[in-house]
Design a protein. Structure first.
Length: 608
């Protein structure tokens, strides 16, 4: 779809209807069958399903502006509910499937949702409990996809009506770019989530601004696995794809990503850095389990690939070596990603440069972008042909960025939100009188206009010597290591930094075997001085180029990684810093007491 069609559209469903007319029989979606095959759903079929859902809403009494919540895993029906709700003049309120009952209850009540669409089973049970907890039984009508249907709820098949295109067209024609499209609730790293008011124009502007940055092909296929409740996946992984007439396949679950990539064979992927870090760590750990000859071959190929593709410094010898080894090794590695993956878009958190270079070396380039829900969400992105590691690229063509005197990044453009739902004071704090969005992030623009993020304004640590420390860049550096799953830096008002480290279990257990350590339960290995010293040694090496006050002097090891279920990370795997500090306050403070200082002991020999 050409940019002029995006530019002239008044609403998201109007744009999708235009694409559906021009790409009627082309695949819009790929649905996974029970046997692991992917079957296509055409653009025409998807639009007809959206019209049928919109018709059901209208006939059941939905009025323009009514809020419709959705609690559903990534699947074709998510888009049906999204486009159908918007076409009927409703406002979609996405809910995270990982959210706790009390969090769902808060959002339902705050948004004043009249309808809630949910998958049958555990999600329906959780939603019913949230509705009851919020005392909304009489005002929220549940629509349940699949069996069983709880008492008082409507079954999907009974709700969805034969499309009434005239009734839907009447609603569609009343939509403008200023019409509210969605309330997207922030994931709440601090305090209660806020409902970000995004209009049809906000989403359309973001699609238009990002168009042309990535060269698209007619057979391109996205693989959707990040939660669609998050603005990054919804805009970049869905709206952007559908607006350009390419297709979207659906992973079963985030933890089946590796298998689904081989089945769906995507060409494009939207991811967060933590996913890329895990993929890298697991790939390297699995290589270490192979016979010595295989390991040597892989290391020779990776060394050549890093020099030629990752660092772009390889000479003739490295290029010859890569040309020889790539068909033997590189092709097999890329087959693990489906064999067709040609580009990954990373956002949501800082991406360590070594992780980006690693994927470049594999022949799967990663471009990093920056944004936030309040900007629908993309503010800047690295162009594939001119990307710079360590930056998040230049602003989109229709977005302005400036740096405030205190270093805060300000953004302005047609993609910036209308405000926070029911929170005028918070809106006033975020949006100034000139329309600048105060992002809360600190950064700078380099000589080429590329944006560099230094940290979250509220996350900055000030040590006892008065020096400002940005923890995110340190954490990103550490978490990129194959032996570290999570790293959380601590030290506000303290003489030096300490950190919570969640080790990568598979890599650390393999290291212990290679070192000839006695085989012990995982908890015992984590408590051992040997593992702690090895990790401290790696941390010292990883931070060798950082300033003295940015060094991590002591660490506490966790037996389990930080999880969404524990409430310590968001659904997009960002650390909830205050909650982590509160949960592990005793352990962190203990690192400052007089006792063993592993940073000053003889360093253990680390592998790699």
């Amino acid at each position: 779809m050409k940019n002029d069609a995006i530019r002239h559209a008044n609403s998201i469903p109007e744009l999708f209807a235009a694409v559906a007319r021009s790409r009627a029989n082309a695949p819009a979606q790929w649905q996974r069958t029970a046997k692991g095959a992917y079957e296509p759903i055409s653009y025409q079929a998807l639009w007809q399903r959206a019209l049928a859902f919109a018709t059901g809403l209208i006939r059941h009494g939905l009025l323009p502006g009514d809020r419709v919540a959705i609690l559903m895993e990534n699947r074709p029906e998510w888009a049906v509910v999204d486009f159908g709700t918007l076409a009927a003049g409703g406002v979609l309120v996405p809910l995270y499937t990982t959210a706790r009952t009390q969090e769902l209850a808060y959002v339902l009540a705050d948004a004043g949702a009249r309808w809630a669409v949910v998958s049958a089973g555990k999600l329906a049970d959780k939603l019913a409990a949230a509705v009851q907890q919020a005392s909304l039984q009489r005002s929220v009508q549940m629509i349940v996809l699949g069996a069983p249907t709880p008492e008082g709820a409507l079954a999907w098949d009974a709700f969805v009506q034969a499309p009434d295109e005239r009734a839907v067209a009447e609603r569609l024609h009343k939509l403008t770019r200023d019409s509210l499209a969605s309330l997207v609730y922030t994931s709440g790293t601090t305090g209660d989530p806020k409902g970000v008011m995004l209009s049809h124009g906000n989403f359309l502007a973001n699609i238009e601004g990002a168009s042309g940055i990535v060269e698209l092909r007619a057979d391109d296929r996205m693989l959707s696995f990040l939660p669609l409740a998050h603005a990054l996946e919804r805009t970049a992984g869905h709206y952007f794809a559908y607006a350009h007439g390419i297709s979207v396949a659906f992973a079963e679950r985030p933890d089946t990503l590796a298998k689904n990539m081989q089945e769906a064979q995507p060409t494009l992927l939207v991811a967060v850095p933590r996913v890329l870090e895990v993929v890298r760590a697991r790939l390297l750990a699995q290589v270490e389990k192979q016979p010595a000859r295989t390991r040597r071959l892989f290391r020779a190929w990776l060394n050549a690939a890093m020099r030629v593709r990752g660092e772009r410094k390889g000479g003739l010898g490295a290029r010859v070596m890569l040309a020889f080894l790539d068909p033997l090794v590189g092709k097999k590695v890329r087959a693990r990603f489906g064999g067709r993956l040609r580009l990954v878009v990373s956002g949501g958190a800082p991406l360590a440069a070594e992780v980006g270079r690693f994927f470049d070396a594999l022949g799967i380039p990663v471009i990093e972008g920056y944004g936030m829900t309040e900007a629908a969400p993309v503010i800047s992105v690295n162009p594939p042909a001119r990307k710079k590691f360590g930056t998040v690229g230049p602003p989109l063509p229709n977005v302005e960025v400036q740096i405030a005197p205190d270093g805060e990044i300000l953004a302005r453009g047609p993609n910036v939100m209308q405000g926070y739902w029911n929170k005028p004071e918070a809106t006033h704090e975020a949006l100034d009188e000139e329309g600048w969005l105060h992002t809360g992030d600190l950064g700078r623009l380099d000589e080429d206009g590329y944006l560099i993020i230094t940290d979250r304004k509220k996350d900055i640590l000030v040590n006892s010597g008065g020096e400002n420390i940005a923890p995110q860049k340190i954490e990103a550096r550490l978490a990129a290591d194959e032996f570290i799953a999570h790293a959380v830096v601590y030290g506000d008002g303290k003489p030096y930094l300490v950190a919570l480290i969640a080790p990568e279990r598979e890599a650390c257990e393999a290291w212990a075997r290679e070192e000839g350590l006695p085989e012990v339960p995982w908890e015992q290995l984590v408590a051992s001085k040997a593992l702690k010293r090895m990790l401290q040694t790696r941390i010292n090496r990883l931070l060798a180029g950082f300033a003295p006050h940015e060094q991590v002097r002591r660490i506490h090891l966790l037996t389990e990684p930080l999880t969404i279920e524990s409430g310590l990370v968001t659904p997009t795997l960002k650390i909830k810093r205050k909650k982590v500090y509160a949960r592990f306050h005793k352990e962190l403070e203990a690192l400052y007491k007089i006792g063993e200082d592993v940073s000053n002991e003889p360093k253990a020999q680390a592998q790699g």
